[in-house]
Design a binder for this molecule. Structure first.
Ligand code: SF4
Length: 368
């Protein structure tokens, strides 16, 4: 099949559009999953769920969403909360800038929008953490505006439905996909239609094994007709993730342990951690721990036994973290390369939000 030009998609409106819309809406109404954010839906719940669902599976999000909505049932409650409390409720969900921006945005919505999420695409775009995809999702699902959305599920469905051969990571293909999504969105039921596209991608048109015989769009789908459903969307070769060796010190002073807060603009910003950092080449593990603790907090420590080795993979790199038990020697702890420091009891560690790799050290501390 000849590749469609962007122009012909935009002006000609593919002849299949009305049938795709009708079939998909009917299918969604009969097959939509009963998800917590679909019950008694409010713009606030749509917003929170859409932010949590960015780069995260539905099954992972459900318990986080339920806990979050219980603790912060309104935008006002979220705006009034401390960032530490918000991040504690985000702990383990990853991509922490989402939680920080949600909190920042809640304050802005209360101060500038009277506590109401704006209902237009133009205003939604001004809210921190709300990009083009989330704008479309909130505008269509919460406010019934005919705005398109394009997430991983929708990209996959569109690439297969229309045999898009370009790489969705490239700008030209992305532009083509946004235009297609805009052409397809149903003007009367944009929210249901957008959710139907995402649901089809999540439940039927899945990455590895698309279930074409069960698919409501099997007679409309170009990839199915051409037997190309397994090769689309085209994928970029995955680059090997860089690996870093990290050392941290679990520094005791009496019965208290030193923790520090990562800088706001750093990766995992706003989370607490045990002081540490990258080991330099040629440096011994113990020397690296002593150096990192001093650089970060200004104190000198005696480095003792190794508590554990933790392996963890983040989205863009992997780490092997070596945690050492340390004893405070001298100096006054100050936040030199972090936003704050605290001496806390082992029991109180759980009150603070820590990155996943640091959390894996906790059982070793409790078993000392
Ligand atoms: S027919 Fe197959 S490839 Fe096409 S949209 Fe349905 S599940 Fe995806």
């Amino acid at each position: 099949m000849a590749k469609r030009s962007i122009k012909s998609q935009k002006c000609g409106r593919d002849a299949r559009v009305p049938s795709i819309q009708q079939i998909l809406l009917k299918w969604f109404r009969a097959n939509a999953r009963d998800l917590p954010w679909r019950q008694g839906r409010t713009p606030y719940a749509v917003w929170v769920s859409e932010i949590m669902l960015q780069q995260t599976q539905v099954a992972t999000v459900i318990p986080y969403f339920n806990r979050f909505m219980k603790r912060f049932p309104t935008v006002e409650k979220l705006a009034r909360a401390k960032q530490d409390t918000v991040l504690k409720h985000w702990e383990g969900l990853g991509y922490y800038s989402r939680g920080r921006n949600l909190h920042k945005a809640a304050k802005l919505i209360v101060s500038d929008y009277g506590g109401q999420l704006p209902d237009t695409v133009e205003e939604l775009k001004k809210i921190p953490g709300i990009g083009r995809y989330t704008t479309g999702a909130i505008a269509s699902i919460a406010f019934n505006r005919p705005a398109p959305i394009l997430d991983g599920n929708v990209i996959r469905v569109l690439c297969r439905l229309f045999c898009i051969d370009g790489n969705p990571k490239e700008d030209a293909t992305k532009k083509q996909l946004w235009e297609l999504a805009d052409t397809l969105v149903h003007t009367q039921h944009p929210g249901d239609f957008n959710e139907a596209m995402m649901e089809l991608g999540a439940m039927v048109c899945t990455p590895q094994n698309p279930q074409c015989p069960k698919c409501p769009l099997r007679n409309q789908c170009d990839a199915k007709k051409q037997g190309r459903q397994h090769e689309l969307p085209v994928r970029q070769k995955q680059k090997a993730l860089p690996h870093y060796t990290i050392v941290v010190g679990v520094v005791y002073k009496g019965d208290r342990i030193l923790i520090d807060k990562r800088r706001q603009n750093a990766l995992l910003g706003g989370l607490w951690e045990f002081p540490g950092g990258k080991k330099k080449s040629g440096e011994s593990f113990k020397a690296a721990v002593a150096r990192e603790v001093k650089e970060e907090t200004g104190i000198e420590v005696t480095v003792g036994k190794r508590l554990c080795i933790v392996k963890h993979t983040y989205s863009h790199f992997k780490i092997t973290l070596h945690a050492y038990l340390c004893e405070y020697k001298r100096g006054i702890a100050k936040p030199l390369a972090c936003d704050a420091i605290k001496w806390v009891t082992p029991k109180d560690l759980k009150k603070y939000a820590f990155p996943a790799a640091n959390l894996k050290i906790f059982p070793k501390i409790y078993n000392l």
